[in-house]
Design a protein around this ligand. Structure first.
Ligand SMILES: Cc1ncc(C[n+]2csc(CCOP(=O)(O)OP(=O)(O)O)c2C)c(N)n1
Length: 375
């Protein structure tokens, strides 16, 4: 295994001093090390992976030094446009080192949303003509590989990639975990919301632990899963999925979202806000963190999400941070007495259960069950 500190030091020694990206569970230990140890103006957790590539480009333009861009391989999609139309050698030719967590590596057990992405990760890099190395778990070899990639991106002048397999980095526990004092956990708040719904209400839930907690709660209550669409991949797109469903049904549509997810594709909130869809209800569980992949911070508790929602045209906007306030708002929110689109921010803490499971129904079963609602 590789000690995150040694790779961090190696990069800094090679003048790679800006770190940007979107956290990933496979890169959790490396991301946590950077979060704790890089000077705060040298580490930017980006809204999405494309934004991280653009930040790295800006850094190079101003410093002549490449930056490190870290991402889960599911972020390659978000990053592709600026990689090909900004950093590529046929456009501005901008060096940077990508560090890509390889979820869904063939023959390594993983969740359905990672399978295809894992199968095509190396092909995607090859198609983009981005030289890459699969980083060895032997640290001496890994250091040489990363050194080579660093030299490569600097001399050739365009992006190179380090592909990181599961269990490559040795454990590092985030020390600067941004605890907050909000009384509810995501799971508590989600259960309160679900308890307030009518039996036929539809849920589209976001990527990460929220969907897993929802799945377990439905098992626990025996309510079944047919009203829930779990957005297991496609981070940031739950509200758009809800937007596609809502005009086709009389039922209430609840999008249960995460703060990292809405920041990733905030533009979709504008489309939702002005949609005029009265039964669309967007609830953001805001813990100011990417809790599902290691609790690295987001900026969502430093910005005013309700003001954004109001400016984007949502008709009813609330923000709550206690159970008492939540129960009060849900009385109105769920009663049908307010015309939406409606928006509710629930400020929550970053606690979650160690023993949280994964959905036991397949994605195809989830889809088939869910589509029964619209017969
Ligand atoms: C495009 C993309 N980038 C990164 C990830 C990895 N990922 C999965 S869940 C998650 C965090 C989501 O954060 P948030 O929406 O705030 O929800 P929380 O986990 O805090 O409940 C991340 C970064 C992903 N699935 N897709």
């Amino acid at each position: 295994m590789i000690n995150p500190q040694n790779i961090y030091d190696l990069l800094v020694k090679n003048s790679i001093e800006l770190f940007t990206g979107v956290p990933d569970s496979l890169l959790k230990d490396f991301c946590a090390y950077i979060t704790d140890n890089a000077p705060s103006n040298r580490h930017i957790i980006a809204a999405n992976e494309g934004s991280a590539v653009a930040i790295a480009a800006g850094h190079y333009l101003a410093t002549k030094n490449p930056a490190l861009v870290y991402m889960q391989n599911s972020g390659i999609g978000n990053a592709t446009n600026p990689l090909l139309s900004l950093a590529d050698e046929k456009v501005y030719k901008i060096p940077m080192l990508l560090m890509v967590g390889w979820r869904g590596e063939p023959n390594v057990k993983d969740e359905p949303q990672h399978i295809k992405q894992g199968e095509v990760t190396l092909d995607l890099l090859a198609a983009m003509k981005i030289p890459y190395e699969i980083i060895d778990t032997d640290e001496t070899v890994a250091v040489k590989q990363i050194q080579q990639l660093t030299i490569g991106t600097k001399t050739k002048g365009f992006p190179h990639a380090a592909v990181i397999r599961k269990n490559t980095f040795s454990p590092y526990t985030l020390k600067s975990k941004r605890e907050n004092a909000f009384e509810m956990s995501r799971e508590d708040a989600m259960q309160v919301v679900v308890n307030s719904l009518q039996k036929e209400d539809i849920i589209v839930s976001t990527t990460g632990k929220l969907s897993r907690e929802l799945f377990e709660y439905r098992e626990h209550t025996g309510a079944g899963h047919k009203n829930d669409f779990l957005t297991v991949g496609s981070m940031g797109h739950s509200i758009s999925i809800a937007l596609g469903i809502a005009p086709n049904t009389e039922k209430n549509i609840y999008c249960l979202d995460g703060d990292g997810a809405i920041l990733m594709h905030t533009g979709a909130m504008a489309t939702a806000g002005v949609s005029g869809l009265k039964k669309l209800r967007h609830i953001v569980f805001n813990n100011g963190a990417h809790e599902s992949v290691g609790a690295q911070p987001t900026v969502a508790l430093q910005v005013n999400l309700p003001q954004i929602a109001t400016a984007f045209g949502y008709k009813n906007v609330w923000s709550v941070s206690t159970l008492e306030e939540l129960l009060k708002v849900l009385n109105v929110f769920g009663s049908g007495s307010t015309d939406g689109p409606s928006f509710l921010e629930i400020k929550i803490n970053t606690l979650s259960r160690e023993n949280l499971g994964r959905p036991t129904r397949t994605t195809h079963e989830n889809k088939d069950d869910f589509m029964q609602n619209f017969k």
